[in-house]
Design a protein around this ligand. Structure first.
Ligand code: XIL
Length: 395
């Protein structure tokens, strides 16, 4: 993702606030005992996995993966020695391709499709008894290089609809939910309708979003069709404004009978600075009134601007997970939580050189439930406790 997409990430330091304190200092109530070090003998397998705890609540918990990292054949033979592969199978009951189902992952050329990586993930998910999310059918990023020189006002409609028909059709009946359109709202672009000035908008016009949903519904009537966005979690004026514009879009769609079933809230959070609160909670309830489910689609917690050492960072990340999920999982229309990766080894945060991803001390970040060595982080415990504490999902 470019810097633009992360302009919502505040650079404000939390100062010497509660999250920055060491363990000896009184901690806020929501920072539980489990936010400290993880016991060496912690059970995380079988009934103690995130997957099992989620299932017990009627929830789906899942992760974004790079299919190329999975030892699918070994797993299929019941003989994989690959720790990453085993962890994904053991901890997740839903998976999503981090990049493999984006345009750039599926479209080597304007005239062809390459499903090899995406199919690999589908095969793994089926072997592991997991659901698969589709991400995504229409986005202003993740487009192949040929797109810029090939897409025109004359062919863009056909390009978009044929892509959706082919991709959603390829997996018809097998996808839990499709992110049909990703990140289409950006009030900072200055349009009265709040829409982002994306290539799709410029080539097709504002109706491209509705066209994408209609086409996806026809191609795969069983998938839950999702609108997915970021920068709508906080109570800052900028994010409240964007959240309001997204809600208007959802209401317009419902009023016009556009097939849409869920709202994806990406949830790339920061451990310091303003935290999500009442605004997001009321947004989730407004979605419920529109008969929309809400999915936490890409959660991770960034500590790029937290000056403290590793333990305090771990505690702050865990506390952010716990507080956020405690807030959203009480809502009965939130049946799905995914983190954007499973281990910090492959987190996009650690792979990016953008300022929003780099720490001043050069340390790698630990934004996910497992670390570079596949060991559970305090965030693992926070996630598991929040899953347990959340209310059972509406049937
Ligand atoms: C990111 C991937 O994690 C990176 O590997 C890639 O280089 C860029 O895209 N919002 C989204 C995701 O919807 O598709 C993005 O994924 C992260 C932000």
């Amino acid at each position: 993702m470019t810097e633009t997409c992360n302009s919502h990430l505040t650079r404000r330091r939390f100062g010497q606030g509660a999250l920055a304190m060491g363990a000896a200092v009184a901690l806020p109530g929501w920072l539980r005992a489990s936010d400290g070090a993880v016991p060496a003998n912690l059970n995380i397998s079988a009934g103690d996995s995130l997957r099992a705890h989620a299932a017990a609540r009627g929830l789906l918990y899942g992760v974004a993966v790079n299919p190329a990292l999975l030892d699918v054949d070994g797993f299929s033979a019941g003989a994989t020695s690959d720790g990453y592969t085993r962890l994904v199978a053991e901890q997740a009951n839903i998976v999503v391709a981090e990049n493999a189902m984006k345009w750039a992952g599926l479209r080597p050329s304007a005239g062809s499709f390459d499903f090899s990586q995406a199919d690999r993930l589908m095969r793994f998910a089926q072997l592991a008894g997991q659901r698969l999310r589709g991400h995504n059918l229409c986005w202003h990023e993740g487009l192949p290089a040929w797109f810029k020189t090939t897409a025109t006002k004359d062919n863009a409609r056909l390009l978009l609809t044929q892509h959706i028909q082919t991709v959603a059709g390829h997996y018809r009946g097998q996808i839990h939910s499709w992110d049909v359109v990703n990140e289409a709202v950006e009030p900072a672009d200055g349009r009265p309708d709040g829409l982002r000035k994306s290539p799709w908008l410029e080539l097709i016009g504002p109706e491209y979003i509705e066209l994408a949903f209609q086409t996806a519904a026809a191609a795969d009537p069983q998938a839950k069709l999702t609108y997915n966005d970021y920068g709508i979690e906080l109570d800052t004026p900028e994010q409240a404004d964007k959240r309001g514009q997204v809600l208007l879009l959802l209401r317009r769609f419902k009023a016009r009978g556009v097939p849409i079933h869920a709202m994806g809230v990406q949830s790339h959070l920061q451990a310091d600075g303003p935290q999500p609160g009442a605004g997001l909670q009321s947004f989730i309830r407004e979605c419920a009134k529109l008969d929309l489910e809400v999915y936490v689609t890409e959660m991770d917690v960034n500590t790029h601007s937290l000056a403290d050492g590793p333990e305090a960072q771990d505690a702050a990340v865990a506390a952010t997970y716990r507080k956020y999920l405690d807030m959203v999982l009480v809502e009965p229309n939130v049946p799905v939580v995914l983190t954007w990766g499973i281990t910090s080894a492959h987190s996009w945060i650690n792979q990016s050189n953008e300022p929003w991803a780099r720490r001043k001390d050069g340390a790698r970040q630990r934004p996910l439930p497992f670390d570079d060595n596949l060991k559970p982080t305090p965030a693992f415990l926070a996630l598991r406790e929040a899953i347990d504490a959340g209310r059972p999902v509406r049937g």
